[in-house]
Design a protein around this ligand. Structure first.
Ligand code: SF4
Length: 399
């Protein structure tokens, strides 16, 4: 399917998790309504420039989009349908958190075309959920999952995290066994990263430094333990029929997230909403991260005034035209995140030059070290290469 993708950001959460540095916060319903009205204005404003382009996937992320009331989600989807040409087979995902869904909401989602849900569980152990500052316990998640299935959703992702404070293989095993028993279609397993500016940073920053330096830690798993947790996750999920198709993502056959694959394949996408990033016309763009400014811009546009901006959209905070080298680097380091890797012929088609002419020496060196392999016109990282993917992918950066 060819076309463009949409990412729509909802920056609201019931409560801020202790490790989270995403662009989200706790705002009341009045603010949520103002924001969604502004978002619908942006959708309509941007849609005018992209009429006729086939939208092949939408990802409504956050934050906690499932916290929005039914009428607000309905308004967003109505705006999208009025402003863009939506492919009848488009994948439309919404990020959800346990405790923020009801049967009524889920029925509404289905009736407006939402066909994939991603649920943030993170762990099946209540002590870990408490430590992370999540709003739910495991029973609450089970209730939400049951509602989701009863409403007829047959494409569901569960997010889990590894590398948690005090996490052992036994605890991870409990989480993995619990979720695979539920037979979701997709599982994402990301490692906890201690981000600056979060309460976790204040609490664990020294441990995080020790972890990175390969030294013994106090609460966080050591570097070696983190690796064991990551390997255990992979082997466990593969033994249960989940195929790893990207470094941190697993799916049953045919249930890979099309939106994310598009991201790694550099399919053009538009970012809508606060702080949203986009890739279009070989430019990386980013909307303003200031919610009051975002609303003000939309309100001005709705009144018929176009706010002045040096950038090509008044919503943008930044806009960067990619050089040919930037685009080639991205093609490699995003594409090689996929287990299937990249196609040599795609590189030629995109850049009009053979991949060996640009990356020949790097590819040869990585293949000699057993970090990369080739087959059927593809280049991909080996298991060993994936284990050290950060170092390997960095070698594809061009000046
Ligand atoms: S629910 Fe997600 S976005 Fe919201 S605070 Fe927690 S981790 Fe961050």
């Amino acid at each position: 399917m060819s076309g463009i993708e949409l990412y729509i950001h909802i920056p609201f959460c019931v409560k801020k998790c202790l490790y989270c540095d995403f662009l989200s916060g706790v705002f009341d319903e009045k603010m949520q309504r103002r924001y969604v009205a502004a978002l619908c204005n942006e959708i309509s404003f941007v849609g005018k420039k992209h009429r006729g382009q086939n939208v092949i996937s939408i990802y409504i992320g956050g934050g906690t989009p499932s916290w929005l009331s039914e009428d607000l989600m309905d308004a967003i989807m109505t705006s999208v349908k009025e402003s863009f040409s939506l492919d009848p087979l488009a994948e439309i995902s919404v990020e959800c958190n346990p405790g923020t869904l009801s049967s009524e909401k889920l029925n509404l989602y289905r009736s407006i075309g939402i066909n994939r849900l991603s649920i943030g569980l993170q762990s099946a152990n209540d002590d870990e959920l408490k430590e992370l500052g999540r709003i739910h316990n495991y029973n609450r998640f089970l209730h939400t999952y049951d509602l989701v299935r009863k409403a007829g959703f047959d494409n569901v992702n569960i997010d889990i995290m590894t590398g948690l404070p005090h996490q052992t293989i036994e605890k991870l095993d409990h989480t993995l066994k619990s979720i695979t028993m539920l037979r979701p279609e997709h599982i994402s397993a990301y490692s906890l990263i201690i981000e600056k500016g979060t309460p976790f940073y204040e609490k664990y920053r020294f441990d995080a430094v020790k972890q990175e330096a390969g030294m013994p830690t106090e609460v966080l798993p050591t570097d070696e333990e983190s690796y064991r947790l990551y390997k255990y996750t992979m082997e466990f999920l593969e033994s249960k029929g989940f195929k790893r198709y990207e470094i941190s993502n697993y799916a049953r056959p045919g249930k890979e997230c099309r939106h994310n694959i598009g991201y790694w394949d550099r399919v053009p996408y538009l970012g809508l909403g606060l702080g949203s990033a986009g890739l279009y016309d070989n430019k990386r763009t980013s909307n303003t991260r200031d919610i009051y400014k975002y609303i003000e811009i939309s309100e001005e546009i709705a009144k018929g005034n176009l706010p002045e901006s040096e950038l090509s959209s008044p919503y943008y905070e930044s806009e960067e035209a990619l050089s040919r080298n930037d685009a080639m680097s991205e093609f490699m380091f995003l594409g090689l995140r996929k287990i299937a890797g990249i196609r040599r012929s795609d590189f030629v088609q995109m850049f009009g030059i053979d991949i060996e002419a640009i990356y020949g020496p790097v590819i040869t060196a990585l293949r000699n070290q057993g970090l990369m392999d080739a087959a059927e016109g593809r280049l991909f990282l080996t298991d060993l290469g994936i284990d050290v993917s950060n170092q390997v992918l960095a070698q594809f950066l061009l000046d």
